[in-house]
Design a protein around this ligand. Structure first.
Ligand code: CP
Ligand code: NVA
Length: 305
């Protein structure tokens, strides 16, 4: 049984295969064809945190593929009525794939351990692999090839940053991170990167201008992720020098794109003039969540291996 819990679950060849399926399905979609590769397949969505993009893109994508999606609300009592193991065993009997967004990465790992159907991580405190897949696919669309290009990450070294670093390593991109002490990847994650993607060229600095200098893309995310609201004030202070504004974008190559997974806190990690500029591809990234996840679903459920 294959799961997508983190990008370490996919080989570079598998990522390329998913991108090829995504490209094919997106091209067909744009000409009005919604190829029903997964008729009768059922997807459950289990979300412990809010979501616009992940929930809607998975539900819409599964509809295009001819399958069904069911959003499981609080009434299923996930984490409350029975053990995660029992919940997973039962769900595995009933559906083909579960997309789960959880407060704790361990919950997703535990669910996958006991589930007899595929489990997809729809964001945890640790990783956001579907976001990184859509983002790398978007860059592939913009530039044609990814190898040797630099993704500059500016700000908190969070779940999205971790998945992008793993993804960059898998596709041969460099990552330049401008992140202050205390917000960088911990030793355990650096060891995971070293093991999974030993060739990753990861450059870490506290100088945003240095990180963006050779960037194909400048990427940022909120300073306080979901669940970190209590630390928001401290984070605002610590991360203020890492705002992506017009001055910083001017230090990047003139054709660099601006990326953000959204939702954004405009005026904090990014200014309006940058996120609304012609260089910004944030809406395209969000649209590609659906296309990339259709590729992931078709691949994972065996319709297009
Ligand atoms: N980028 C992203 O995952 O957005 P949502 O939280 O709205 O799903
Ligand atoms: N880092 C953010 C991403 C939201 C899509 C969070 O975890 O809240």
């Amino acid at each position: 049984m294959r799961h997508l819990i983190a990008l370490s679950d996919l080989t570079p060849a598998e990522i390329e295969r998913i991108f090829a399926i995504t490209e094919d399905l997106k091209t067909k979609f744009e000409t009005g064809l919604r190829e029903p590769l997964l008729p009768g397949r059922v997807m459950a969505l289990l979300f412990e945190k809010q979501s616009l993009r992940t929930r809607v893109s998975f539900e819409a994508g599964m509809a295009h593929l001819g399958g069904n999606a069911m959003f499981l609300g609080a009434d299923v009592g996930f984490g409350k009525r029975e053990s995660i193991a029992d919940f997973a065993r039962v769900l595995g009997e009933l559906v083909d794939v579960v997309v789960v967004r959880s407060k704790s990465h361990q919950t997703v790992v535990e669910l996958a351990r006991h589930c007899t159907c595929s489990v997809i991580n729809g964001l945890t405190d640790y990783a956001h692999p579907c976001q990184a897949m859509a983002d790398l696919y978007t860059l592939r669309e913009c530039y044609g090839s990814l190898e040797g290009r630099t993704l500059a990450w500016v700000g908190d070294g969070n779940n999205v940053a971790r998945s992008l670093a793993m993804g960059c390593g898998k596709v041969g991109m460099r990552m330049a991170m401008a992140t202050p002490e205390g917000y960088r990847f911990d030793a355990e994650y650096l060891a995971t990167l070293e093991k999974e993607v030993p060739d990753l060229d990861l450059f870490v600095t506290d100088n945003p201008a240095e990180a963006v200098r050779n960037a194909a893309a400048v990427y940022t995310d909120v300073w306080a992720s979901m669940g970190q609201e209590g630390e928001a004030e401290r984070r605002r202070k610590d991360l203020a020098p890492y705002q992506v504004n017009a001055h910083l974008m001017a230090q990047a190559p003139s054709d660099a794109v601006f990326m953000h997974c959204l939702p954004a806190r405009r005026g904090e990690e990014v200014t309006d003039d940058v996120i609304d500029s012609p260089a910004s591809i944030v809406v395209r990234q969000a649209g590609n969540r659906m296309h990339a996840q259709k590729g992931i679903l078709a691949w994972l459920l065996g319709a297009q291996r």
